[in-house]
Design a protein around this ligand. Structure first.
Ligand code: HEM
Length: 424
């Protein structure tokens, strides 16, 4: 077998945090290799893999195990204890079917309507403000969409504002990979607050004191029985119900990237405003490819195998390069150019456009909410392109690729917002 190119040094964790999305691409370029090894998380040996063939390998359940590979602190803040992300095998497949059962055509159409309506209703609020921070504003709008989609009752406006902030604290926590205690503590508190609230709604539903609609998250997670005929523990049900809400709110990042793209790349806004959805779809796919969100995903070798002439030994940590794969010149022509038309002839491969993971929805850990994300983004981008007019003041538009998680530095500020509806 060939020798795997190796990053020198005892532990790269701090360099990963320091270089962010560029850490892996810098090294695949330097070694001119889609496979390299390094030490991380206290000196553990890890093999990094990048590209489409790598993704095919990573999502082969016979070769790669995902369970037990996420850092403990990230589980505790981002996903929650016992979350679907941490399960494997039959148990994972069983519970994944619960998540996927929410993704009926009707339910997704309902989500589309909710998104459109909540933004439409928000116009008055946007008009009333001198300046709007798109990232912050979307947080609250998306929280309402997420709660209503799950049919979770809204709390007081003040508590909804708090929950919105809480969602961001949880997502922010992956930026330090759990190494910074203050961020960890903040995210833990945020999680406890929202888990408590959701668990209460689940208990009320089970007692017959609250009647969410069939097909909604609250209904389905409250009443679902697993393969052993058992209801989920109410805390666990709250944790996994939140795994449909927090990531939905995290779409605020893609929204601010989208509004940035419509500003930075001339012509995009006009094309997104077109009547039929086909350009909005391509635009959204390009947003998900181009802008930095998920940097990489961890797994480990389940049984010995050889890949690309390299030996992978059982138990070795494997890190799948997400951001680098989305920016690979061999997969995407002029990868550093923002070019939605590239999706005109895309073959829909489950292994190249992987901002939300790859492989199969039902048997792999691929994001359960990918279709939801695309729908919410399409409707939101059309709203900004069509339903309102606004000005974009000078601000710091930087999207720093050395900082996890990715964000527009300013949050994306717009001002002088007008209703674009001709009422004469
Ligand atoms: C899993 C990203 C939105 C629910 C994942 C994974 C990624 C991801 C990278 C893990 C893939 C893997 O481990 O192989 C994102 C991004 C989103 C987003 C970037 C947009 C902001 C959503 C939404 C939902 C959702 C809207 C709502 C249902 C989930 C669930 C899983 C998951 C339940 C766990 C799936 C499993 O373990 O089988 N997501 N996601 N995500 N996502 Fe998303």
């Amino acid at each position: 077998a060939k020798r795997i190119p190796k990053v020198k040094g005892f532990d790269q964790t701090l360099n990963v945090i320091k270089e962010g999305y560029e850490f892996i691409p810098n090294r695949t370029k330097k070694f001119n290799s889609n496979v390299f090894e390094m030490r991380v998380l206290g000196g553990k040996r890890a093999i990094v893999i990048s590209g489409k063939e790598a993704a095919e390998l990573f999502y082969d359940n016979e070769k790669i195990e995902r369970q037990g590979t996420l850092p403990k602190r990230i589980v505790k803040t981002l996903f929650g204890k016992g979350a679907i992300h941490t399960t494997t095998g039959a148990k994972h497949k069983d519970r994944k079917s619960l998540f996927m059962s929410l993704m009926t055509e009707n339910n997704l159409e309902y989500l589309r309507k909710l998104t459109r309506n909540y933004w439409f209703e928000d116009t008055a609020r946007l008009q009333s403000k001198e300046q709007v921070n798109v990232f912050e504003e979307s947080t609250l709008v998306l929280l309402k969409v997420a709660f209503r989609f799950a049919d979770v009752p809204f709390d007081t406006p003040e508590r909804m504002e708090q929950f919105a902030k809480d969602m961001n604290s949880m997502v922010d926590s992956f930026g330090s990979i759990g190494t910074v205690y203050s961020g960890y503590k903040k995210a833990r508190d945020a999680r406890t607050r929202v888990e408590d609230y959701l668990e209460k709604q689940i208990k009320l539903t089970r007692k017959g004191k609250l009647f969410p609609e069939e097909g909604s998250g609250l209904y389905e997670f409250s009443h679902w029985k697993d393969m052993n005929g058992k209801q989920m523990d109410s805390r666990l049900a709250a944790i996994d119900l939140m795994n449909t809400i927090r990531p939905l709110v995290a779409i605020n990042r893609f929204i601010s990237f989208g509004v940035l793209a419509m500003h930075e790349f001339p012509g995009e806004r006009v094309k997104v405003a077109e009547d039929d959805n086909s350009y909005a779809y391509k635009f959204v796919q390009e947003i998900r490819r181009y802008y930095p969100f998920v940097p990489f995903l961890p797994g480990k070798v389940k049984q010995n195998f050889t890949f690309d002439g390299y030996k992978f030994d059982k138990e070795t940590m494997v890190i799948m390069d997400i951001f680098g794969t989305l920016h690979s010149e061999s997969l995407w022509n002029n990868a550093e150019q923002f070019y939605p038309e590239r999706f005109e002839n895309w073959d829909g491969s489950p292994f190249d456009l992987i901002p939300q993971g790859g492989g199969d929805y039902y048997t792999n850990h691929r994001c359960a909410g990918e279709w939801m994300t695309i729908i919410i983004m399409e409707e939101t981008m059309k709203y900004f392109a069509r339903e309102i007019q606004y000005d974009v003041p000078a601000q710091d538009f930087t999207v720093n690729r050395q900082k996890l998680p990715g964000q527009v530095k300013s949050g994306m500020i717009i001002e002088n917002i007008r209703n674009n509806f001709d009422r004469r």
